[in-house]
Design a binder for this molecule. Structure first.
Ligand SMILES: *[C@@H]1O[C@H](CO)[C@@H](O)[C@H](O)[C@H]1NC(C)=O
Ligand SMILES: *[C@@H]1O[C@H](CO)[C@@H](O)[C@H](O)[C@H]1NC(C)=O
Ligand SMILES: *[C@@H]1O[C@H](CO)[C@@H](O)[C@H](O)[C@H]1NC(C)=O
Ligand SMILES: *[C@@H]1O[C@H](CO)[C@@H](O)[C@H](O)[C@H]1NC(C)=O
Ligand SMILES: *[C@@H]1O[C@H](CO)[C@@H](O)[C@H](O)[C@H]1NC(C)=O
Ligand SMILES: CC(=O)N[C@H]1CO[C@H](CO)[C@@H](O)[C@@H]1O
Length: 340
């Protein structure tokens, strides 16, 4: 009884399973071709979806995760309509995907300007997705003067500015035959010139007689460049103001602003010597002989061409430079000295 019961119980326990397994075996054996077709069809559908959706998504994600670092931008040979732009950059990725990225035409624009009009169009070279990749671009670019002027104004005035590089390209992942379209879009925060804060003029010399070029004031100017740009400006001419009165013109020749401290000879034609002497007789200037001279760009000329896109950006703000005038004046006219 006991044994019989055990078998019965076992059989009962298996009741729910056995017929289904048997049924499947029968069904699968009978309809194996249907399952094969389903599998093949699913694979045929899923694989392209994987390649069409997943791979481009991964490729785009990898492009989005990559970091673009601008090491240096050198602008030279500036003409009215063209300039040479030399970009030294690094692209950093995690190096996990082996892929080739096609070269592409890209634009650069100010991220925070409402228009976002490109100020430069650059052909970026083909790259790989290697971990550390140096990307050098040197090319002659056509100038869009209004957009370049706005960029220059921001570059001159702002402590920092955000520049976006945007382009459409293709990525070919190693092992796959097809290339996939991706968008290359990177926004970089770069230091601006911050109104050339910290410019110093010293080693000054004054003459009451003008020389052959009409100059009667000379000095050395130290111009800090906080940005990553090296810009060939050319010959600079500035209006020179003392306490709201225009007193003369300042000239600085052959200027190329490099990152770091820039030292140039400067010369000036001061017509308002009476204003200078007058100010030096008043407090607080009579105490140390230092006058707050203001300059505002009048012209930027490079190899005979007036470059208004530089002039306008340097003419957007006055720059005040405290200059010791008392010392060189006393040197030139020993009978004159500071008196309060
Ligand atoms: C940069 O400077 C420009 C012009 O001086 C100003 O209008 C703009 O708001 C500044 N932008 C930023 C992001 O500082
Ligand atoms: C002139 O100013 C620069 C910048 O501040 C400084 O490095 C240099 O020593 C000064 N020269 C003289 C003679 O004072
Ligand atoms: C620069 O300063 C002069 C003299 O104070 C003034 O007349 C002129 O309007 C100022 N220019 C700008 C752009 O601020
Ligand atoms: C500027 O460059 C020209 C041409 O190369 C040269 O003749 C001139 O002496 C330079 N001026 C200064 C101040 O360096
Ligand atoms: C600046 O002016 C000097 C003399 O006028 C000239 O020899 C020189 O070529 C000019 N420099 C540039 C960069 O145009
Ligand atoms: C990138 C670079 O060299 N920046 C320099 C610009 O000029 C200032 C002032 O001389 C330096 O402090 C920065 O290091």
């Amino acid at each position: 009884m006991g044994e019989f019961d055990k078998t019965a119980v076992t059989q009962t326990e298996n009741v729910s399973d056995t017929p289904r397994r048997r049924g499947c075996a029968a069904h699968c054996a009978k309809f194996w071709w249907a399952h094969l077709i389903t599998t093949v069809v699913l694979t045929a559908i899923i694989t392209p979806i994987l390649l069409l959706v997943a791979v481009p998504k991964i490729a785009q994600a990898k492009i989005d995760d990559a970091e673009l670092i601008l090491n240096r931008i050198t602008v030279s040979n500036a003409q009215r309509n063209t300039m040479t732009m030399d970009i030294d950059s690094t692209i950093k990725t995690d190096g996990s995907v082996h892929a080739n990225i096609d070269g592409f035409p890209g634009v650069m624009y100010l991220e925070d300007h409402p228009d976002q009009t490109p100020f430069a169009r650059i052909d970026f070279p083909p790259t790989t997705a290697a971990k550390h990749q140096s990307v050098q671009v040197k090319q002659l670019i056509e100038i869009d003067a209004p957009a370049l002027t706005i960029f220059n104004k921001w570059l001159v005035a702002n402590e920092s500015l955000r520049v976006t590089v945007l382009g459409e390209t293709h990525v070919k992942v190693k092992g796959l035959t097809k290339s996939y379209p991706v968008t290359f879009k990177k926004t970089i925060t770069m230091p601006g010139l911050d109104l050339l804060h910290g410019t110093v003029v010293n080693q000054t010399r004054i003459d009451t007689e003008k020389d052959a070029r009409g100059n009667n004031f000379w000095g050395k100017t130290y111009i800090p460049n906080r940005s990553l740009l090296s810009i060939e400006l050319g010959n600079l001419t500035y209006h020179n103001y003392l306490l709201d009165d225009e007193i003369g013109t300042v000239f600085i020749d052959n200027v190329t602003l490099e990152p770091g401290m820039n030292v140039y000879d400067m010369r000036a034609t001061i017509d308002g010597l009476a204003n200078v002497l007058g100010a030096l007789g008043k407090k607080p200037y009579c105490e140390d002989g230092i006058l707050p001279l203001k300059i505002l760009a009048e012209d930027v000329v490079n190899n005979g061409q007036a470059l208004d896109y530089y002039r306008d950006s340097l003419a957007a703000h006055n720059q005040t430079i405290p200059i010791d005038i008392g010392t060189p004046l006393h040197k030139h006219i020993p009978t004159w000295s500071l008196k309060c």
